[in-house]
Design a protein around this ligand. Structure first.
Ligand SMILES: Cc1cc2nc3c(=O)[nH]c(=O)nc-3n(C[C@H](O)[C@H](O)[C@H](O)COP(=O)(O)OP(=O)(O)OC[C@H]3O[C@@H](n4cnc5c(N)ncnc54)[C@H](O)[C@@H]3O)c2cc1C
Length: 306
């Protein structure tokens, strides 16, 4: 039996893994991959101690950091999907598609995944005009008129990236306010190639083999408008990846694991959670890593008290 099971290989999981190794806590480290959410980012500029790093290099550094210190303390399993965490008399069982592991404690660091565009045509045209990654797919829409759905930082970051290739970018925002930082909003909207439509609720994506238009309903008037476009970039938030843990810990109405913010302890003794899968108010790379370090301090004390 392991002392600790860490689930997730983003900044939270990796920070936990590095600390587990330093504290010599016998750990099973389970992750689907090393791709944290910001892996798709062109440049991360707020990872403290690093002026700027691409998302891809950030992910490589995460893996390298953990592997450099894992030694015989942290047993790394990659390409493995956690399917269920169950409480047992001795601790917990972590069921994965690559076998079941037993551990005295569990740290959940599975982050979150993208909310899909749920309108008619949303599934049909995914990867056929509808995309969830501006930095990955943007160049395919060079000189085209594209649409970004959303009004938060991710939407504005996508719009900003798309300006490098696209003829125009139209932002469709459901509410009347943008959630993105005012400085980013001002910068992006000052570009003459950008148009923003507020109070616009997407209703349908139409096309033939590929998407050709998106329709939206004006929240105030109810009027439906069809915008011709071949590129629709969806940035409408994320959903915590916690389905596998819902029977073992309390989650809030959004599916986020409820934690004590002083220690990251979840509702069940022996389980902690860190990063974007929690009900913490702010979610960023530094916060995810810091949360995990805090959890590891608490896990160490818990294990030694047993
Ligand atoms: C486009 C974009 C750009 C961003 N840019 C920045 C930025 O510049 N600066 C910043 O501070 N923050 C940024 N963020 C936010 C930041 O990426 C997140 O706050 C951070 O990634 C959260 O880390 P995490 O470790 O909690 O989760 P995640 O990064 O989501 O990592 C979760 C990990 O768990 C694994 N996993 C998931 N489910 C399972 C499972 N069932 N079994 C096994 N493994 C699983 C995944 O493969 C992944 O490795 C950005 C986010 C996005 C979407």
């Amino acid at each position: 039996m392991y002392d600790l099971a860490i689930i997730g290989g983003g900044p939270a999981g990796v920070a936990a893994g590095v600390y587990a190794s330093r504290k010599r806590i016998k750990t099973i480290f389970i992750t689907k991959d090393w791709n944290s959410q910001s892996t798709v980012s062109e440049g991360i500029e707020n990872w403290i101690g690093t002026v700027k790093i691409s998302g891809a290099d950030f992910a490589k550094n995460m893996e390298a950091h953990l592997r450099a210190y894992a030694s015989d303390v942290v047993d790394i399993k990659t390409g493995v999907l956690c399917q269920k965490v169950t409480k047992t008399d001795q601790g917990f069982e972590v069921a994965t598609d690559g076998g079941t592991y037993s551990a005295k404690t569990v740290l959940i660091a599975t982050g979150s995944h993208r909310r899909k565009l749920e309108v008619p045509g949303g599934d049909t045209y995914e990867h056929k005009g509808i995309t969830y990654c501006a930095s990955c797919d943007g160049p395919m829409f060079t000189d085209r008129d594209v649409v970004v759905i959303g009004g938060g930082n991710a939407a504005f970051e996508s719009a900003s990236q798309l300006l490098a290739y696209c003829k125009s970018v139209t932002l469709l925002n459901r509410s009347d306010e943008f959630k993105a930082d005012p400085i980013t909003v001002k910068k992006v909207l000052s570009n003459p190639k950008v148009r923003a439509i507020k109070g616009a609720i997407p209703t349908e994506v139409k096309g033939d083999k590929f998407a050709k238009s998106i329709s939206y309903r004006d929240k105030a008037t109810g009027e439906i408008t069809e915008l011709p476009t071949t590129g629709i970039f969806v940035e409408i938030g994320s959903i915590p990846t916690t389905e596998f843990a819902k029977d073992v810990v309390t989650v809030d109405p959004y599916g986020r694991i409820v934690v004590d913010p002083r220690t990251q302890a979840a509702s069940t003794a022996g389980v902690w959670a860190a990063g974007d899968c929690t009900d913490g108010i702010y979610h960023q790379n530094n916060i995810a890593a810091g949360d995990a370090v805090k959890a590891l301090e608490d896990i160490y004390i818990y294990l030694n008290a047993k």
